[in-house]
Design a protein around this ligand. Structure first.
Ligand code: UDX
Length: 446
């Protein structure tokens, strides 16, 4: 009874891989399954398919201690597991809804092989009602007795770029299930976190499913809100960072997630906000705040170009523009829905030469935009450039030698969409520059 449950994690993307390695680190035995045999082969050879700080070390340690395995053999893995964590992607359909086909493929596989009591855990972000659908498929299509399985919604809140840290030290756990047995299994799996005092919300499946969408939509709304305030500061004077700091001192608001920038991107916020609206529409429930957050973000992803046009007097034709940062945020190689994509698409309309540099994300961006000139360093990208934009808040951009930058650029124009650089210092070096929400449009006219 004291042996830890055997866990199968289905899907080895950001969530599955971090969860698999993290659950093993908690002392569980974990088998990670993916249908992508190349990915599994790489993982078996210690090669990580994604860049994520601390992931490789965590995987290596747990593989070495024989708590973590990778396989493509879904049938055996599903049959042996006491708990199956489903961590496959739930990407966005054209209508904004979540595409659950990968998740249901897994459920059908489970339906075909399950032969002992198993706890089925959804880690993937799924619309409310999915747990109930899973139950329906297993009971009604596969005629599996309800005492043979339980459903748990255990949403994952890890962020890309800090996935391992977030998984090993989460702000909270959410365990949604109607079953006492399943709850006990999950408590055993997360025993080390619960012993450390990690807050845990025990609730029903539907509530847990909603918690995930509500959290992401609220965070996206927070970012869109401060971005709109930043745009107002740019137009009127005032400093959005100070506004955010002062707002954040109010405990009801908190200082986190109030940094203005080029607009949010990534895999989760764009798809989860849309999915929440889609779910609400299905039930005829207005979701105006989230609609507003999305609309604000569509606008925000254009702000960097507007600033560039302003500083260059609308004379972009034939110029060379350096883009520093392609990933949707620092510490990841993920470019999905990155504000840099919108920027590159817009810049292409002006017939500019684009020099781009990102410490990790150039390979993924090159697949989308092969004709961009990818550089080996920020300084190489800036060499001969008529203007530059900082689009991702990578640490290395904070340490740019601005004197060297001034000497390399053909024209000294910088748009810093993350307020990384000191605009006063740049201006002293002769730069025409702008940040975000620094009231700087007032100072930056030619
Ligand atoms: C998000 C959620 O935070 C996480 O809980 C969930 O599991 C998945 O979605 P992630 O997409 O990895 O995680 O990134 P996050 O750090 O939340 O940033 C999302 C976007 O908001 C990024 O584009 C980021 O640059 C932007 N952001 C974040 C801001 O513009 N300002 C901020 O203050 C914070």
């Amino acid at each position: 009874m004291n042996t830890p449950p055997l866990i199968a994690v289905i899907g080895t993307g950001y969530v599955g891989l971090a969860a698999g390695a993290g659950l093993a680190e908690f002392g569980n035995t974990v088998v990670c399954v993916d249908i992508d045999s190349k990915k599994i082969e790489s993982l078996q050879n210690g090669i990580m398919p994604i860049f994520e700080p601390g992931l490789k070390e965590l995987v290596e340690r747990n593989v070495e201690q024989e708590r973590l395995l990778f396989t493509t053999d879904i049938v055996d893995t599903l049959q042996d597991a006491d708990a199956i964590f489903i961590a496959v992607g739930t990407p966005m359909n054209d209508d904004g809804s979540a595409d659950l086909s990968a998740l249901y493929d897994v459920i059908h596989s489970i339906g075909k092989v399950i032969n002992k009591y198993t706890v089925i855990v959804t880690k993937s972000t799924v619309p409310v009602g999915t747990g109930a659908c899973i139950r329906h498929i297993l009971e009604d299509i596969y005629a599996i007795d309800s005492c043979m399985f339980d459903i748990v919604s255990n949403p994952e809140f890890l962020r890309e770029g800090s996935a391992i840290k977030d998984f090993l030290k989460p702000d909270r756990l959410v365990i949604g299930t109607e079953s006492v047995d399943a709850c006990t299994t999950l408590c055993r799996i997360y025993d080390s976190l619960l012993k450390e005092g990690t807050p845990c919300v025990f609730t029903d499946v539907a509530t847990a499913e909603i918690i995930k969408y509500a959290s992401n939509a609220f965070l996206a709304t927070k970012v869109s809100f401060i971005n709109e305030i930043a745009n107002l500061c740019d137009a009127t004077g005032g400093n959005a960072q100070t506004v955010a700091y002062a707002m954040g001192l109010d405990h009801r608001i908190s200082p986190y997630f109030l940094k203005p920038g080029p607009g949010y991107g990534g895999y989760c916020f764009p798809k989860d906000t849309q999915a929440l609206i889609h779910i609400a529409t299905t039930y005829n429930v207005p979701m105006n705040t989230v609609q507003g957050a999305i609309a604000a973000n569509v606008y925000q992803q254009q702000v960097s170009l507007k600033k560039l046009l302003h500083l260059t007097n609308n004379l972009l034709q034939g110029k060379t523009v350096a883009i520093l940062g392609l990933a949707f945020k620092a510490n990841t190689d993920d470019v999905r829905q990155s504000p840099s994509i919108t920027l590159i698409q817009e810049l292409k309309k002006y017939d500019v030469t684009i020099n781009a540099y990102d410490p990790e994300a150039m390979r993924s961006m090159a697949q989308m935009f092969p004709d961009v000139h990818y550089c080996q360093s920020a300084y190489e990208a800036l060499t001969g450039a008529d203007a530059a934009l900082i689009m991702t808040n990578w640490d290395e951009f904070k340490h740019l030698n601005t004197k060297r930058v001034a000497s390399l650029m053909a024209e000294k124009i910088i748009v810093d969409m993350h307020n990384i650089l000191d605009l006063t210092q740049l201006r002293a070096l002769g730069f025409l520059c702008d940040g975000i929400g620094q009231g700087s449009l007032l100072h930056s006219t030619r």
